[in-house]
Design a protein around this ligand. Structure first.
Ligand SMILES: C[S@@+](CC[C@H](N)C(=O)[O-])C[C@H]1O[C@@H](n2cnc3c(N)ncnc32)[C@H](O)[C@@H]1O
Length: 226
C-alpha cells in the first residue's frame, strides 16, 4: 500500500482524549518491556529525552522505573502537552518529568544539549520527512546514549490494516479506530526505515528489528556499533 501522510501535530482535544485513553496501553507496556530487555544493565543517572512525547505516558512510566533520573519530553502540540502536564501533576512528578514545547526539526531550548538516552514511540509515522527523527537522535544523544524507537509499520494492504485494528484494539471507539487506520497508512515500511538509518549513518550502530507483528524497534547503544 502506498504511504498516505497524516498531519504531523495531534492538537485536537477530542483526538488527544481518545489517544490518551486506556486503549493503547498494550503499546506502552511493549515499549517499557523492550526498553528493559534491550538495556538490562543501563541505569540512567541524569536525564532521558522522549521525542514526540504526546500525553507523557512513557515518561511517567520511565520515571517510575528510574527514580534517580529526570525524563524530558518534547512535543509540538499545545493540547497534547497540556494533557501530559496534567497527568504529570496528578502523579506529583513535576520535579522529574518535564515537558517542553518544540516542533522538530526547529531549534528549541531543552535543559540538556545531549542525553544519556533518547527514545521515541509512535512518532516517526507522523513525520513528512522521516529523517527529522533520525537527525534528532544524532543531535540529542551523548556518544554512549541508549536509543529506542518503536513505531507502526505500514501494512501491505487496507485489509491487513483493518485486521491489525480488529486484533489489537477490538471494541475501540470509532474515532480511535479511524486514527489508527490513518496512522497505519502513514507508517513507513521496514525497507524504508533501513534506508533512513543508512542515510543518517546509524546503520551498524543501531539494530532494526520487529517489536510486534505490526511494529518495528530500532535500538542500541550508539557507541557499540560497527
Ligand atoms: C501518535 S503521538 C505519540 C505520542 C507518544 N510518544 C505516545 O506514544 O503516547 C505523536 C506525537 O508526536 C507529535 N508530533 C508530531 N510531529 C511533531 C513534530 N514535528 N515535532 C514535535 N512533535 C510532533 C504529535 O503532536 C503527537 O503528540
Amino acid at each position: 500500500m502506498n504511504r498516505i501522510p497524516e498531519p504531523e501535530l495531534m492538537d485536537d482535544p477530542q483526538h488527544v482524549a481518545a489517544y490518551a485513553g486506556a486503549w493503547l496501553d498494550n503499546g506502552y507496556w511493549l515499549f517499557i518491556q523492550n526498553f528493559r530487555k534491550f538495556f538490562r544493565k543501563f541505569v540512567p543517572k541524569d536525564a532521558i529525552l522522549d521525542l514526540g512525547c504526546g500525553p507523557a505516558t512513557i515518561p511517567l512510566r520511565l520515571a517510575g522505573l528510574f527514580p534517580q533520573c529526570e525524563i524530558h519530553g518534547v512535543d509540538g502540540a499545545p493540547h497534547m502537552l497540556e494533557f501530559g502536564r496534567n497527568a504529570v501533576r496528578r502523579e506529583g512528578l513535576e520535579d522529574r518529568v518535564r515537558l517542553f514545547h518544540g516542533i522538530l526539526p526547529d531549534n528549541f531550548s531543552l535543559p540538556r544539549e545531549r542525553y544519556e538516552a533518547v527514545i521515541s514511540h509512535s512518532f516517526l509515522h507522523h513525520l513528512a520527512d522521516p529523517m527529522v527523527l533520525w537527525y534528532a537522535v544524532n543531535k540529542y544523544s551523548l556518544p554512549h546514549a541508549a536509543v529506542l524507537v518503536i513505531d507502526l509499520l505500514r501494512p501491505a494492504s487496507e485489509e491487513s490494516a483493518e485486521n491489525i485494528i480488529d486484533t489489537y484494539v477490538p471494541g475501540a471507539p470509532a474515532l480511535l479506530r479511524q486514527d489508527m487506520l490513518l496512522s497505519l497508512r502513514a507508517a513507513y515500511t521496514l525497507d524504508e526505515i533501513a534506508a533512513q538509518l543508512q542515510q543518517a549513518k546509524l546503520t551498524g550502530k543501531l539494530t532494526l528489528t520487529m517489536a510486534s507483528p505490526f511494529q518495528f524497534a530500532v535500538h542500541g547503544y550508539l557507541d557499540q556499533g560497527a
